[in-house]
Write a protein that binds this ligand. Structure first.
Ligand code: NAD
Length: 470
């Protein structure tokens, strides 16, 4: 396993003299190094991607899909190596790291199946009007650290199947698996179609300001999303922004508490709570509040947390030091304010670990309720009235996803329709599919990924008026 993978630019490996250190959050040890690219390497990557664009644009959908399938196959062939690298740099337990690699391969195949149809929007005796969708050019793709491989796979597959070329940058906290993925593609895509570069905090702003890009596809925090939109405005780059969320789940009194407890638990704590669409506010009807709270606390006390390389571990550390400090600060602030914290199993002393923690019915204006913790810290909130709880759930600057739990699916659907979010799950959570658009209301984003609607964002509509006779 290479712990110093190189960048991929024009289907060739490239590194830099200066390297970034990559830390294993389970041990806090430096476990690898990544190139620290600057303007020079960025210009080179953009030039390669621009050179490849007309050639790739001219390929057929079937040819692009065939290359994407070859990429997915290569990922599956290397799943053990990629998953081990993933766990070392990310902290997520090995079995789940493997799921992300296989999930990314599944996604690449799934997006490759989608095609934007050419529409005939008007047909008369004298003319036909066709709407085609053309690729934009070179895509600048910026990926966060929480699902580094899956989200890279989304961006790569969207960009390439629609005929664009791409320069992708992983988060400086989790660059290794993505760089290694790039190394595996040198004989798969024509030179310059897929470029992967890495660098420190300076590189993202250099990329978004670069005039060679036609579009920015960004997943990350709302604060960064705002900055990117400002920069993109200068030359009207197209943008898709998948941003933060503070998702509410509403549990009605008719549920079978024992049957759904584990699903509620994983919906909030999977990946140690570092999921954009995780439940981050759990509203529980007062009739069952105590039972649900006690059951979730019981689960938290039994969950094995530790180094993801150890078999049997289900929850890893918080992925990086700034995020660890942020979540600890939110927890300590809640404790200092006199809120009741229910902690789960003890955690290792070394590493960025924090017990899975429930906050017992904090006030609606507590920071732990109003802000996205993005870690293993979940507020449980009591409610009695449906209209009131819907208003409380919607009282957020975010609107990414939400969930409703009830044995009465019709009632749950009526509530789902009133939630101001891009996705709502009924009696399930964290579900997604290559065919289903994902995006956020309000400050959770602009545009969508996935589905034909997601592909459209990587294209320009072009209307052609065709006369019936010359
Ligand atoms: P982040 O915004 O700090 O960084 C995301 C990426 O952007 C990284 O590659 C980073 O290096 C780069 N970046 C940072 N500042 C930049 C700038 N000024 N210009 C250009 N690029 C810049 O986010 P993060 O901490 O890596 O990720 C966590 C956040 O992402 C959470 O808020 C989470 O909810 C959100 N998220 C959203 C989705 C979604 O689909 N909506 C999915 C996953 C994560």
């Amino acid at each position: 396993m290479s712990l110093a993978p190189q960048m991929t630019i024009g289907a060739e490996p490239l590194t830099t003299e200066r390297l970034l250190e990559v830390i294993n959050p389970a041990t806090t040890e430096v476990i690898g190094h990544a190139p620290d690219a600057g303007q020079l390497e960025l210009d080179h990557a953009v030039a390669c991607a621009r050179k490849a664009f007309p050639i790739w644009k001219a390929t057929s959908h079937a040819q692009r899909r065939e290359r994407l399938n070859a990429f997915a196959k290569r990922m599956v062939e290397h799943v053990d190596e990629l998953a081990a690298l993933f766990t070392l740099e990310h902290g997520r337990p090995l079995a789940m790291a493997k799921e992300e690699i296989l999930g990314a391969a599944f996604w690449i195949r799934g997006i490759g199946q989608l095609e934007i149809p050419t529409e005939i929007v008007e047909e008369t005796e004298t003319r036909r009007v066709e709407v085609h969708h053309e690729p934009l050019g070179v895509v600048c793709a910026l990926v966060p650290w929480n699902f580094p491989v899956l989200l890279a796979a989304w961006k790569i597959s969207h960009a390439l199947i629609t005929g664009n070329t791409i320069v992708l940058k992983p988060s400086p906290f989790t660059p290794l698996t993505t760089l290694r993925l790039g190394e595996l593609t040198h004989d798969i895509f024509p030179a310059g179609v897929l470029n992967i570069i890495s660098g420190g905090d300076h590189l993202g702003p250099l990329m978004t300001a670069h005039k060679g890009f036609a579009k920015i596809s960004f997943t990350g925090s709302t604060a960064t999303g705002r900055r990117i939109m400002e920069t993109a405005a200068k030359d009207l780059k197209r943008i898709t922004l998948e941003l933060g969320g503070n998702d509410a789940a509403i549990v009605l009194p008719d549920v079978d508490v024992d049957a759904i407890a584990m699903k509620l638990f994983m919906g909030a704590f999977f990946n140690s709570g570092q999921v954009c669409v995780a439940c981050k506010r759990l509203y529980i009807h007062e009739d069952i509040y105590d039972r649900v709270r006690d059951k979730l606390h019981e689960l938290a006390l039994t969950m094995p947390i530790g180094d993801g390389m150890q078999p049997g571990t289900l929850f890893g550390p918080i992925q990086n030091l700034p995020q660890y400090r942020r979540v600890l600060q939110m927890r300590d602030e809640a404790r200092a304010a006199g809120l009741v914290l229910l902690e789960g199993a003890a955690v290792p002393e070394q590493g960025y670990f924090m017990p899975l923690t429930l906050v017992d019915n904090p006030p609606d204006d507590a920071r732990v309720v109003t802000e996205e913790a993005f870690g293993p810290l979940l507020p449980l909130l009591r409610f009695s009235d449906i209209d009131d709880v819907i208003a409380r759930a919607n009282n957020s600057e975010y609107g990414l996803a939400g969930a409703v739990w009830s044995n009465d699916v019709d009632q749950a659907l009526a509530i789902a329709k009133r939630l101001e979010t891009g996705t709502v799950w009924i009696n399930q959570n964290l579900e997604s599919s290559p065919a289903v658009p994902l995006g956020g209301h309000k400050q959770s984003g602009i545009g969508v990924e996935n589905g034909v609607a997601g592909l459209m964002e990587f294209t320009q509509a072009k209307s052609i008026f065709v006369p019936k006779s010359a």
